[in-house]
Design a protein. Structure first.
Length: 106
């Protein structure tokens, strides 16, 4: 993958464009419904766009942050370290992948 655009909002870091919000909301719903994992949208700051915080206790290593970014013209769910998770049009697959990763960390 290439050409990651973490802004995706016309250049305003921290803004949450409707499409990004929709994808993050769908992923949050699937995380909670499919895996029972809490997920909350964290509004971005001037340093970056909004993201989804998934999981429980960050100190225990069973949580993570997921963004939704434009990659070569398509929206993708991406881990905070830049690793792609799944295309945003498939929040179910992303939720399953995230749940597997969080499960391994426990």
């Amino acid at each position: 993958m290439s050409q990651v655009n973490t802004k995706g909002d016309g250049g305003r870091a921290g803004a949450l464009p409707p499409r990004r919000r929709l994808h993050l909301e769908r992923l949050a719903r699937d995380m909670e419904a499919l895996a029972g994992i809490p997920a909350v949208i964290v509004q971005g700051s001037p340093a970056g766009p909004a993201h989804l915080h998934v999981g429980g206790d960050p100190a225990a290593g069973v949580s993570g942050d997921v963004s939704c970014d434009l990659v070569s013209g398509d929206w993708w769910f991406i881990w905070a370290d830049g690793e792609p998770i799944a295309p945003a049009h498939d929040p179910y697959a992303a939720a399953l992948a995230i749940a597997r990763i969080l499960e391994v960390r426990t």
